[in-house]
Ligand binder design. Structure first.
Ligand SMILES: Nc1nc2c(c(=O)[nH]1)N[C@H]1C(S)=C(S)[C@@H](COP(=O)(O)O)O[C@H]1N2
Ligand SMILES: [Mo]
Length: 221
């Protein structure tokens, strides 16, 4: 296991996002169903792809890159870049929904499906939660069922190109059915837990699960 990185000092955007959580900004109070409405309530479509981070963009070469999977698993993993690429490769097209209200349709991802990762690491029977740890000190938590969604993956390509550094390259998580803050960029470690452990935004006023169609933007929604 590698050392913990502290997240950077709070930026202006980070402070604004905490204020929005306190004020309940952007909430419409509507609930929708993904099979009936592609765009979740309170969201608008964008064609460009905004970059959101804590103000720090880690630069991780493929030579230095490792993936560390540990905790409540039968088979801990410590892969180099070559070992990661040797795993089964899957392509998915999915939509992005950021809690700051932008959505972006039809993103083409390629990488390791989380279901294939789970087959490799074999979560223990008592594993319930997953925490993603990133190179910028960011963390986010998910119930194991959400992490195991059939369209979730550890992406290293987007639109047929290597995933750009600003969007989390070499490797980021993509969990399309939850707000995009759950999709950790610059992925470093994946920790399996028996008890939940809220991450960076989850302890700063954001919802523990983050379902966009139920508008689970903030804690207490
Ligand atoms: N490591 C890390 N992952 C992160 C973040 C971050 O600050 N650090 N921000 C999250 C948020 S709030 C969003 S909306 C998306 C933004 O991804 P993008 O910059 O590729 O659009 O990344 C998520 N994953
Ligand atoms: Mo976000």
């Amino acid at each position: 296991m590698t050392d913990d990185t502290d997240p950077p000092a709070e930026s202006k955007l980070t402070r604004s996002k905490q204020r929005w959580a306190r004020e309940g900004k952007f909430l419409t109070g509507k609930v929708a169903r993904p099979d009936e409405q592609r765009l979740p309530p309170g969201q608008h479509l964008t064609r460009d792809w905004p970059v959101l981070d804590l103000g720090l963009m880690p630069n991780i070469s493929q030579a230095r890159w490792r993936l560390d999977v540990y905790g409540a698993v039968e088979q801990p993993i410590y892969w180099t870049w070559e070992q990661f690429l040797a795993q089964p490769q899957t392509q998915f097209v999915s939509d992005i929904h950021c809690v700051t209200t932008w959505s972006r349709y039809d993103n083409q991802w390629e990488g390791l499906a989380t279901r294939d990762l789970l087959a490799a690491c074999q979560p223990r029977e008592d594993a319930r939660f997953v925490v993603l740890h990133s190179h910028d000190g960011y963390t986010t938590n998910l119930p194991l069922e959400d992490f195991a969604a059939e369209d979730a993956l550890l992406a290293h390509r987007w639109s047929g190109q290597p995933l750009e550094q600003e969007h989390g390259g070499p490797v980021r998580l993509v969990v399309p059915h939850l707000y995009f803050w759950k999709s950790a960029k610059w992925l470093q470690r994946i920790e399996f837990l028996t008890e939940d452990a809220p991450g960076y935004w989850e302890v700063r006023g954001y919802h523990n699960r983050g379902d966009p169609w139920a508008e689970q933007r903030y804690s207490g929604d």
